[in-house]
Design a protein around this ligand. Structure first.
Ligand code: HEM
Length: 173
Protein backbone atom coordinates (compact mmCIF):
# COMPACT_ATOMS: atom_id res chain seq x y z
CA UNK A 1 0.00 0.00 0.00
CA UNK A 2 1.37 3.43 -0.95
CA UNK A 3 0.78 5.42 2.27
CA UNK A 4 2.47 8.54 0.85
CA UNK A 5 -0.01 8.85 -2.04
CA UNK A 6 -2.93 7.77 0.17
CA UNK A 7 -2.26 10.55 2.69
CA UNK A 8 -1.56 13.15 0.01
CA UNK A 9 -4.85 12.26 -1.70
CA UNK A 10 -6.70 12.71 1.62
CA UNK A 11 -5.10 16.15 2.08
CA UNK A 12 -5.89 16.94 -1.57
CA UNK A 13 -9.46 15.79 -2.12
CA UNK A 14 -11.14 16.39 1.27
CA UNK A 15 -10.15 20.09 1.56
CA UNK A 16 -10.73 20.43 -2.21
CA UNK A 17 -14.41 19.56 -1.71
CA UNK A 18 -14.69 22.22 1.02
CA UNK A 19 -12.77 24.88 -0.93
CA UNK A 20 -14.51 24.58 -4.29
CA UNK A 21 -17.96 23.80 -2.81
CA UNK A 22 -17.79 26.86 -0.54
CA UNK A 23 -16.54 29.14 -3.36
CA UNK A 24 -19.40 28.03 -5.63
CA UNK A 25 -22.01 28.39 -2.89
CA UNK A 26 -20.70 31.85 -1.93
CA UNK A 27 -20.46 33.27 -5.45
CA UNK A 28 -23.52 31.68 -7.06
CA UNK A 29 -26.04 31.84 -4.19
CA UNK A 30 -24.96 33.61 -1.00
CA UNK A 31 -23.50 36.82 -2.49
CA UNK A 32 -26.50 37.48 -4.80
CA UNK A 33 -28.83 36.89 -1.82
CA UNK A 34 -26.79 39.28 0.34
CA UNK A 35 -26.92 41.96 -2.39
CA UNK A 36 -30.66 41.44 -2.89
CA UNK A 37 -31.37 41.89 0.81
CA UNK A 38 -29.07 44.90 1.42
CA UNK A 39 -28.61 46.58 3.85
CA UNK A 40 -29.72 43.70 6.16
CA UNK A 41 -27.86 41.14 4.03
CA UNK A 42 -24.65 43.13 4.52
CA UNK A 43 -24.78 42.22 8.21
CA UNK A 44 -24.62 38.51 7.35
CA UNK A 45 -21.64 39.11 5.05
CA UNK A 46 -19.97 41.26 7.73
CA UNK A 47 -20.43 38.58 10.36
CA UNK A 48 -19.21 35.80 8.06
CA UNK A 49 -16.08 37.68 6.99
CA UNK A 50 -15.14 39.59 10.15
CA UNK A 51 -16.42 37.41 13.02
CA UNK A 52 -16.01 33.79 11.87
CA UNK A 53 -13.02 31.70 10.77
CA UNK A 54 -14.46 31.26 7.26
CA UNK A 55 -11.70 33.18 5.42
CA UNK A 56 -8.97 31.40 7.40
CA UNK A 57 -10.59 27.99 6.79
CA UNK A 58 -10.81 28.69 3.04
CA UNK A 59 -7.16 29.81 2.88
CA UNK A 60 -6.00 26.75 4.84
CA UNK A 61 -8.04 24.36 2.66
CA UNK A 62 -6.85 25.99 -0.59
CA UNK A 63 -3.23 25.96 0.61
CA UNK A 64 -3.45 22.24 1.48
CA UNK A 65 -4.98 21.38 -1.91
CA UNK A 66 -2.31 23.27 -3.84
CA UNK A 67 0.57 21.88 -1.77
CA UNK A 68 -0.63 18.26 -1.88
CA UNK A 69 -1.49 18.70 -5.60
CA UNK A 70 2.06 19.79 -6.41
CA UNK A 71 3.51 16.88 -4.38
CA UNK A 72 1.15 14.42 -6.12
CA UNK A 73 2.15 15.84 -9.49
CA UNK A 74 5.86 15.44 -8.70
CA UNK A 75 5.22 11.91 -7.44
CA UNK A 76 3.32 10.93 -10.59
CA UNK A 77 5.92 12.60 -12.77
CA UNK A 78 8.70 10.45 -11.34
CA UNK A 79 6.57 7.25 -11.17
CA UNK A 80 5.00 7.35 -14.63
CA UNK A 81 7.83 8.16 -17.01
CA UNK A 82 9.00 11.73 -16.42
CA UNK A 83 8.84 14.12 -19.37
CA UNK A 84 6.78 11.77 -21.56
CA UNK A 85 4.04 11.69 -18.86
CA UNK A 86 3.62 15.49 -19.03
CA UNK A 87 2.66 15.36 -22.71
CA UNK A 88 0.39 12.30 -22.32
CA UNK A 89 -3.31 12.64 -21.36
CA UNK A 90 -3.13 12.40 -17.54
CA UNK A 91 0.06 14.43 -17.13
CA UNK A 92 -1.21 17.24 -19.34
CA UNK A 93 -4.74 17.11 -17.90
CA UNK A 94 -3.61 17.33 -14.26
CA UNK A 95 -1.18 20.11 -15.25
CA UNK A 96 -3.90 22.18 -16.95
CA UNK A 97 -6.25 21.55 -14.01
CA UNK A 98 -3.49 22.51 -11.58
CA UNK A 99 -2.75 25.78 -13.40
CA UNK A 100 -6.46 26.74 -13.31
CA UNK A 101 -6.59 25.78 -9.61
CA UNK A 102 -3.59 28.05 -8.96
CA UNK A 103 -5.32 30.91 -10.82
CA UNK A 104 -8.42 30.21 -8.70
CA UNK A 105 -6.22 30.36 -5.60
CA UNK A 106 -5.01 33.84 -6.65
CA UNK A 107 -8.53 35.09 -7.41
CA UNK A 108 -9.69 33.57 -4.10
CA UNK A 109 -7.13 35.67 -2.20
CA UNK A 110 -8.39 38.76 -4.08
CA UNK A 111 -12.00 37.85 -3.27
CA UNK A 112 -11.17 37.43 0.43
CA UNK A 113 -9.40 40.82 0.62
CA UNK A 114 -12.22 42.63 -1.19
CA UNK A 115 -14.90 40.97 0.97
CA UNK A 116 -13.07 42.25 4.04
CA UNK A 117 -13.00 45.80 2.60
CA UNK A 118 -16.73 45.65 1.74
CA UNK A 119 -17.55 44.37 5.24
CA UNK A 120 -15.43 47.02 6.99
CA UNK A 121 -17.08 49.76 4.91
CA UNK A 122 -20.48 48.27 5.78
CA UNK A 123 -19.61 48.44 9.49
CA UNK A 124 -18.47 52.08 9.09
CA UNK A 125 -21.76 52.98 7.35
CA UNK A 126 -23.86 51.17 9.96
CA UNK A 127 -21.97 52.88 12.83
CA UNK A 128 -22.64 56.35 11.35
CA UNK A 129 -26.36 55.52 11.22
CA UNK A 130 -28.54 56.75 8.37
CA UNK A 131 -27.87 56.23 4.67
CA UNK A 132 -24.28 56.05 3.33
CA UNK A 133 -22.65 59.30 2.16
CA UNK A 134 -22.32 59.68 -1.65
CA UNK A 135 -18.58 58.86 -1.35
CA UNK A 136 -19.30 55.75 0.72
CA UNK A 137 -22.06 54.69 -1.70
CA UNK A 138 -19.74 55.13 -4.70
CA UNK A 139 -16.92 53.27 -2.97
CA UNK A 140 -19.25 50.40 -2.00
CA UNK A 141 -20.60 50.11 -5.56
CA UNK A 142 -17.05 50.05 -6.97
CA UNK A 143 -15.86 47.42 -4.48
CA UNK A 144 -18.90 45.23 -5.08
CA UNK A 145 -18.54 45.42 -8.87
CA UNK A 146 -14.88 44.33 -8.63
CA UNK A 147 -15.79 41.64 -6.11
CA UNK A 148 -18.47 40.27 -8.45
CA UNK A 149 -16.02 40.20 -11.37
CA UNK A 150 -13.19 38.52 -9.45
CA UNK A 151 -15.66 36.10 -7.83
CA UNK A 152 -16.81 35.03 -11.31
CA UNK A 153 -13.22 34.53 -12.53
CA UNK A 154 -12.61 32.50 -9.38
CA UNK A 155 -15.48 30.06 -9.94
CA UNK A 156 -14.70 29.74 -13.66
CA UNK A 157 -11.09 28.75 -12.88
CA UNK A 158 -12.09 26.39 -10.07
CA UNK A 159 -14.77 24.75 -12.23
CA UNK A 160 -12.26 24.10 -15.03
CA UNK A 161 -9.83 22.76 -12.40
CA UNK A 162 -12.35 20.26 -11.01
CA UNK A 163 -13.40 19.17 -14.51
CA UNK A 164 -9.76 18.46 -15.39
CA UNK A 165 -9.10 16.73 -12.04
CA UNK A 166 -12.16 14.50 -12.60
CA UNK A 167 -11.25 13.44 -16.15
CA UNK A 168 -7.47 13.55 -16.50
CA UNK A 169 -6.64 10.04 -15.28
CA UNK A 170 -8.73 8.61 -18.13
CA UNK A 171 -7.58 10.89 -20.96
CA UNK A 172 -5.83 8.73 -23.55
CA UNK A 173 -3.45 10.40 -26.03
C1 HEM B 1 -9.43 23.16 -7.32
C2 HEM B 1 -8.53 22.48 -6.65
C3 HEM B 1 -8.37 21.01 -6.87
C4 HEM B 1 -9.29 20.01 -6.70
C5 HEM B 1 -10.73 20.15 -6.23
C6 HEM B 1 -8.63 18.76 -7.05
C7 HEM B 1 -9.23 17.53 -6.99
C8 HEM B 1 -8.64 16.34 -7.35
C9 HEM B 1 -9.27 15.05 -7.36
C10 HEM B 1 -10.71 14.78 -6.97
C11 HEM B 1 -8.36 14.14 -7.77
C12 HEM B 1 -8.56 12.63 -7.95
C13 HEM B 1 -8.63 12.31 -9.43
C14 HEM B 1 -8.35 10.86 -9.75
O1 HEM B 1 -7.86 10.10 -8.90
O2 HEM B 1 -8.60 10.45 -10.90
C15 HEM B 1 -7.14 14.85 -8.02
C16 HEM B 1 -5.98 14.27 -8.43
C17 HEM B 1 -4.82 14.94 -8.69
N1 HEM B 1 -4.61 16.31 -8.59
FE1 HEM B 1 -5.97 17.69 -8.03
N2 HEM B 1 -7.33 19.03 -7.39
C18 HEM B 1 -7.12 20.38 -7.29
C19 HEM B 1 -5.96 21.09 -7.52
C20 HEM B 1 -4.75 20.52 -7.93
C21 HEM B 1 -3.50 21.21 -8.09
C22 HEM B 1 -3.22 22.69 -7.80
C23 HEM B 1 -2.58 20.30 -8.54
C24 HEM B 1 -1.13 20.56 -8.87
C25 HEM B 1 -0.64 20.31 -10.02
C26 HEM B 1 -3.27 19.01 -8.62
C27 HEM B 1 -2.71 17.81 -9.02
C28 HEM B 1 -3.31 16.57 -8.97
C29 HEM B 1 -2.65 15.31 -9.34
C30 HEM B 1 -1.22 15.14 -9.81
C31 HEM B 1 -3.60 14.30 -9.15
C32 HEM B 1 -3.39 12.78 -9.36
C33 HEM B 1 -3.07 12.17 -8.02
C34 HEM B 1 -2.82 10.66 -8.11
O3 HEM B 1 -2.04 10.26 -8.96
O4 HEM B 1 -3.41 9.93 -7.31
N3 HEM B 1 -4.57 19.19 -8.23
N4 HEM B 1 -7.32 16.18 -7.76
Amino acid sequence: MNYYVLILRLFHIVPGVFWVGSALMLTLFLSPSIRATAPEGGKVMGHLVLKTDFTRAMSAAAGLVVLSGILLYLHDLSSFGGASWITAGPGLGFLIGGVFALAGFGFGIGTGNLSKKVSLLGVEIAKAGGPPSPEQGAEMAKLQATLGKIGNYNVICLTIAILMMSMSRYLVF
